[in-house]
Design a binder for this molecule. Structure first.
Ligand SMILES: [Zn+2]
Length: 296
């Protein structure tokens, strides 16, 4: 199911807050997704018996119960994460910093749609998820706030993604978090086509602006944050050279309602050496893990 990259259009501002910062924030996203799909062999990693993260890692959270909501009638989004890409090592004040590109996409039957509403009293922006039912009616569910991100120069929803570096066991399973762990906020727009074959996919970009009125992610579309952006980094500090897993999870605290909370994670296995970071291809992973533990 290869992805198809459409030519990027400049974002269309939706409110006076929006400007150059937003355009800069998304300008190289198509490149990132293209790079992912060009990495031959990724399809096989999902079937690897021991190298793929175990299901225990998947989210255990469920959305807050809403007595007014009949889940069976909803046309829900399903958020997923592509394996992180475009990795870079930089030197920061506290040691090495790993920067990454991250793409979240929607494999569900319905769009993820968020609507903001400004409080006249305190100017805070409450956010509701617009949930569509099979009969075409909709339900509005409060999910949090849009917050102004000064580095990106647009509005974000909090707790949207989580980036972590994990150590590996001698079998290549995830062992424990050794770096990262801060939750990342996001502006949600359609930037890249990931899966145009899905029912419900529409070729044109529906969500284009990072304003506080409306954001979202259409069926089959992805939203990529490039590695140079604020927040796209993990401080490695004094983490030694070696093999690790870089794990990115969307919707980590189940703030947003979606069809499946157990498929939200994207993983790449990496080798850190000095100022370099390499992504290990699936065929090389078992041998590399074995060698690193001196048990081959
Ligand atoms: Zn942003």
């Amino acid at each position: 199911m290869p992805g198809r990259i459409l030519p990027r259009k400049d974002h269309e501002p939706t409110d006076p807050w929006q400007g150059i910062g937003e355009a800069m924030a998304h300008v190289s996203r198509s490149f990132v997704v293209a790079a992912f799909w060009l990495m031959a062999g990724w399809g096989s990693i999902a079937n690897g018996p021991s190298m793929w993260p175990r299901s225990e890692f998947a989210l255990a959270h469920t959305p807050i119960d809403d007595p007014h909501l009949d889940d069976s009638m909803l046309v829900l989004p399903d958020l997923r994460t592509l394996p992180p890409s475009a990795l870079e090592i930089h030197l920061g004040p506290h040691g090495r910093v790993l920067r990454l590109a991250n793409t979240v996409w929607n494999s569900g039957t319905g769009a993820l749609e968020l609507a903001g509403e400004v409080s006249p009293a305190d100017r805070r922006v409450s956010v509701s998820q617009i949930l569509t039912r099979l009969d075409g009616s909709s339900h509005v569910k409060f999910v949090g706030e849009f917050v102004w991100h000064p580095g990106h120069n647009h509005w974000h929803i909090n707790d949207f993604a989580l980036y972590q570096v994990w150590s590996l066991t001698p079998l290549g399973d995830l062992e424990r978090v050794v770096a990262g762990g801060a939750k990342v906020s996001y502006c949600l727009i359609d930037t890249d086509v990931v899966s145009p074959d899905l029912p419900g996919f529409v070729a044109g970009r529906t969500y284009r602006g990072c304003g506080r009125d409306r954001q979202g992610l259409s069926v089959g579309w992805g939203d990529t944050y490039a590695p140079y952006l604020d927040g796209q980094d993990i401080e490695l500090a004094d983490l030694p050279d070696g093999l690790y897993a870089l794990v990115s999870t969307v919707n980590p605290v189940a703030r947003l309602m979606e069809a499946n909370y157990r498929n939200n994670t994207g993983v790449v296995y990496i080798r850190l050496v000095g100022s370099r970071v390499n992504i290990l291809m699936p065929r090389d992973l078992a041998k590399e893990v074995c060698l690193s533990h001196g048990k081959c």
